[in-house]
Design a protein around this ligand. Structure first.
Ligand code: ADE
Ligand code: ZN
Length: 327
C-alpha cells in the first residue's frame, strides 16, 4: 500500500475520466464531439494551461445533476484510497457550472453526498475548497461566495484558479478579504505560468496561506527566502507541470531546487485524469525521474499533513502513520 498522504491540490472536475465523460453524456442524452474514449484521449495533448482549460471546461458539460457530481466524487475517492490518500482538500469550480445554468446547490449537494461518508467508506477525511475563476470578473466571484453561504459548513477555504497570466491576484483582494471575514482559509494558484510577483500578491493582498504550484518563485531569491522563513506551503504538481509545459520535462523539474531551498513542499496531482497520474503516481514519478529517495518521499508525505487545514491533533496522528509506514 502506498505511503499515507494528503492531497491538497486536486480539482474534482479534473478527475473526470474519459469513460465517465461518455457514461454521463449518455445518461444526460448529450453527444460528445469525439467518436469514442480513445478519440477523446487523443485530445489530451496540451501546449499550455489555456489549451488544457479549453477542454477541461468543455467536457464539464456532461455534469448536469446532483447524481453526476456524486458519481464523480465517489470515483475519485475510490481511486484516491488506492493511492494512500488519507485526507483530501478538494477544489471545485462553481462558476464553471453556474455559468451553464447548473445551480451551486446542485454542485455542492452532489459533491457532499459522496464526501460526507468518505471517512467510513474510504478512510479519507475531506474538505471542499471553493475556487474562483480568475479570468472572470471579481464581482462574479463575490456573488459566488454569497451563493455558497448556505453551504459553508462543508467549505473550509477559498482558492483562485483558471488562466493565470493577465489575471493577477490583486483583482480579487476584496473577495478574499470577505472570505477571511467569513472565517474561511485562503489558498491561491500563483507562479504556475505567471510571474513571481503574482506569488507576492497572493501572499500580501489575498492572505494566501498556501500557494498552489508556486514553482516560479525560483525567479525571485528574496521570495524564496520569505517562503522558507515563513514555511508557507507550496502544492507542487509535477506531472501537471510537464503536461502543461510549465517545465520542459520531469528530469528538469525544479522540485530538487525547491527542496534544497528549505521550502515546505507537497506533491499533488492537480487534474489527474488529464495529466497521466493520481497523487501516488506523482510521488513515483519524482522518485524515478528526479531520484528522490524514500527518505525524501516520506518527508513529502509528512509535509502534506503539516500543510493541511487539519487540527494539530489529527495532523500528529496522520504523521505518526507516515512514520510507521514500511516501504
Ligand atoms: N484549473 C484546473 N487545473 C488548473 C491549473 N493547473 N491551473 C489553473 N487552473 C486550473
Ligand atoms: Zn490546480
Amino acid at each position: 500500500m502506498p505511503i499515507p498522504k494528503a492531497e491538497l491540490h486536486l480539482h474534482i472536475e479534473g478527475t473526470l475520466e474519459p469513460e465517465m465523460a461518455f457514461a454521463l453524456a449518455h445518461r444526460n442524452n448529450l453527444t460528445l464531439p469525439y467518436t469514442d474514449v480513445e478519440d477523446l484521449r487523443r485530445a489530451y495533448s496540451f501546449t499550455d494551461l489555456q489549451s488544457f482549460l479549453d477542454l477541461y471546461y468543455a467536457l464539464m458539460d456532461v455534469l448536469r445533476t446532483e447524481a453526476d457530481f456524486t458519481d464523480l466524487a465517489n470515483a475519485y475517492l475510490t481511486r484516491a484510497a488506492t493511492q494512500g490518500v488519507r485526507h483530501a482538500e478538494i477544489f471545485f469550480d462553481p462558476q464553471a457550472h453556474t455559468s451553464r445554468g447548473i445551480s451551486i446547490d446542485t454542485v455542492i449537494n452532489g459533491l457532499t453526498a459522496a464526501l460526507h461518508d468518505s471517512e467510513r467508506t474510504h478512510n479519507i477525511s475531506t474538505t471542499l475548497i471553493l475556487c474562483f475563476l480568475r479570468d472572470r470578473p471579481a464581482q462574479e466571484a463575490l456573488d459566488t461566495l454569497h451563493q455558497a453561504r448556505p453551504h459553508l459548513e462543508h467549505i473550509h477555504a477559498v482558492g483562485l484558479d483558471s488562466a493565470e497570466i493577465g489575471n493577477p491576484p490583486e483583482k480579487f483582494t476584496e473577495v478574499f478579504t470577505t472570505a477571511r471575514d467569513m472565517g474561511l482559509h485562503r489558498v491561491a494558484h500563483a507562479g504556475e505560468e505567471g510571474p513571481a510577483s503574482y506569488i507576492w500578491q497572493a501572499l500580501n493582498l489575498l492572505g494566501a496561506q498556501r500557494i498552489d504550484h508556486g514553482i516560479r518563485c525560483l525567479d525571485d531569491p528574496h521570495l524564496v527566502q520569505h517562503l522558507a522563513t515563513t514555511q508557507t506551503p507550496l502544492t507542487v504538481c509535477p506531472l501537471s507541470n510537464v503536461r502543461l509545459k510549465a517545465v520542459p520535462s520531469l528530469d528538469q523539474h525544479p522540485l530538487p531546487a525547491l527542496l534544497d531551498a528549505g521550502l515546505l513542499i507537497t506533491i499533488n496531482s492537480d487534474d489527474p485524469s488529464y495529466f497521466g497520474g493520481y497523487v501516488h503516481d506523482n510521488y513515483q514519478a519524482v522518485h524515478t525521474h528526479l531520484g528522490l529517495t524514500q527518505h525524501q518521499l516520506r518527508q513529502l508525505a509528512r509535509n502534506s499533513f503539516t500543510a493541511s487545514f487539519l487540527t494539530p491533533e489529527r495532523k500528529a496522528q496522520l504523521i505518526a502513520q507516515v512514520d510507521a509506514h514500511p516501504w
